[in-house]
Design a protein around this ligand. Structure first.
Ligand code: PDD
Length: 308
C-alpha cells in the first residue's frame, strides 16, 4: 500500500481498507487523466460550473465491485440523451474508467461518482458547437459501512419541506439548466430570448431577462417580483424611471395573448439593458419595429443607473 508521506495533507484520506489502512492520496479522473485530488480541477467556464448543465451518477462500491453498473449507465445514457450531451466515450470505456478510479483509490466499500457536463465554452446560454467536448470527472471514496449499519439499526428521522426544487427562481442561482434549454429552443426557432410561461398562461420572465409589455393604451406592464421571477436590477432601475417620469404602469401578470396584442414589448437585463422585442412566436408586436417607450427607456437608462 503506497504511503503519501509522513504528514497527511487535506487531500489525503483513509481510503478503502477499513480500520488500520494506510493513509493515501485520493485520485480523481478528469478528462483523460488520473490526478491527485488536490490538482483535480475543471475549467471555470465549464458548463457544469456555470449552468449546472450536466448529469451525474453515484454507484455503490461493494467488495471493490461496482453495484448495478449496468442500470446506472442506462440511466446516465438516458439523462445525457434528454439533454443532448454526447457520451464522452463508449460505455465500455466508461466502465473501465469507473473501475480504474475505484482501484486507484483502493475503495472496497464506498461510492464512485461520475459527472458529465456539456464541456467548456464561453458563457452563453444556448448549447455550444458540437465540437465542444463533454467533460468527464470520476471520483471514488470509502464509506464506513459499520457506521451505516449502526445507523440502520437505529433508523433515521426525516422532516418535510415544500418541493420547490425549480420554484426558487428569485434566487440568482447557477441552477440554470431550464434556462439553458429554453434559450436553446429560442435559438432553434431563430429567436434571441425565450419567455417562460406559467401553468395559467401568464408570462413569468425571460430565460435571462425580465419581460415587459406596453399595452395598447400605453401602460407599462411587468410581473410582480415575488418568488416566480428574478428581481432584476435593470428592472428596478426601470421602475425608478417609471416613477420619476410618472409613466402609466401596472405591476401585474400578463398573458401570452396580451403580449401578442401589445403595442410594444421589451426585455431588461444587465447584459442587454432595455432590449425591444419585435416578434413573439413569429407574430409582429405593434408595427413590428422597436417601440417608442422601449427606445426612450433604453436611452434614459444610464441617467438612472448607478454608474461607477
Ligand atoms: N441574467 N431574469 C433572469 C432569469 C436572468 O437570468 C436575468 C439576468 C434577469 C435580469 O436581471 P438583471 O437585470 O439583474 O441582469 C432576469 C444575466 C444577465 C445572465 O445570466 O446572463
Amino acid at each position: 500500500m503506497p504511503c503519501a508521506g509522513p504528514v497527511p495533507g487535506p487531500d489525503q484520506v483513509r481510503a478503502g481498507l477499513g480500520a488500520g489502512s494506510a493513509l493515501m492520496s485520493r485520485i480523481a479522473y478528469v478528462n483523460g487523466r488520473y490526478l491527485p485530488h488536490r490538482e483535480a480541477a475543471v475549467h471555470v467556464e465549464d458548463r457544469g460550473y456555470q449552468f449546472a448543465d450536466g448529469v451525474y451518477e453515484v454507484c455503490e462500491v461493494r467488495g471493490a465491485a461496482i453495484v448495478d453498473e449496468r442500470r446506472h449507465l442506462q440511466r446516465l445514457t438516458r439523462s445525457l440523451g434528454e439533454l443532448r450531451i454526447a457520451l464522452p466515450m463508449s460505455l465500455i470505456a466508461l466502465g473501465f474508467v469507473l473501475r480504474e478510479t475505484v482501484r486507484r483509490n483502493r475503495v472496497r466499500d464506498g461510492l464512485v461518482y461520475l459527472q458529465i457536463t456539456r464541456g467548456v465554452a464561453r458563457r452563453d446560454f444556448p448549447f455550444p458547437p458540437l465540437s465542444v467536448q463533454p467533460s468527464l470527472v470520476v471520483t471514488a471514496r470509502h464509506l464506513d459501512q459499520a457506521r451505516i449499519e449502526a445507523t440502520a439499526h437505529e433508523g433515521i428521522a426525516v422532516v418535510t419541506v415544500p418541493d420547490n426544487r425549480w420554484d426558487r427562481v428569485d434566487i440568482k442561482s447557477v441552477s440554470l439548466l431550464p434556462n439553458v434549454l429554453a434559450k436553446e429552443a429560442a435559438k432553434a426557432a431563430g429567436a434571441k430570448e425565450a419567455w417562460l410561461v406559467d401553468r395559467e398562461g401568464f408570462v413569468t420572465e425571460g430565460a435571462s431577462s425580465n419581460a415587459w409589455i406596453v399595452t395598447r393604451d400605453g401602460t407599462l406592464v411587468t410581473r410582480p417580483a415575488q418568488h416566480g421571477i428574478l428581481r432584476g436590477v435593470t428592472r428596478s432601475v426601470i421602475l425608478d424611471v417609471v416613477a420619476a417620469q410618472s409613466l402609466a404602469f401596472e405591476e401585474r401578470k400578463f398573458s401570452v395573448a396580451e403580449a401578442y396584442a401589445a403595442r410594444e414589448a421589451f426585455v431588461t437585463s444587465a447584459s442587454q439593458r432595455v432590449m425591444p422585442v419585435v416578434l413573439i412566436d413569429g407574430r409582429p408586436i405593434g408595427n413590428g419595429a422597436p417601440g417608442f417607450v422601449a427606445t426612450a427607456l433604453r436611452r434614459d437608462f444610464s441617467r438612472y443607473a448607478e454608474i461607477g
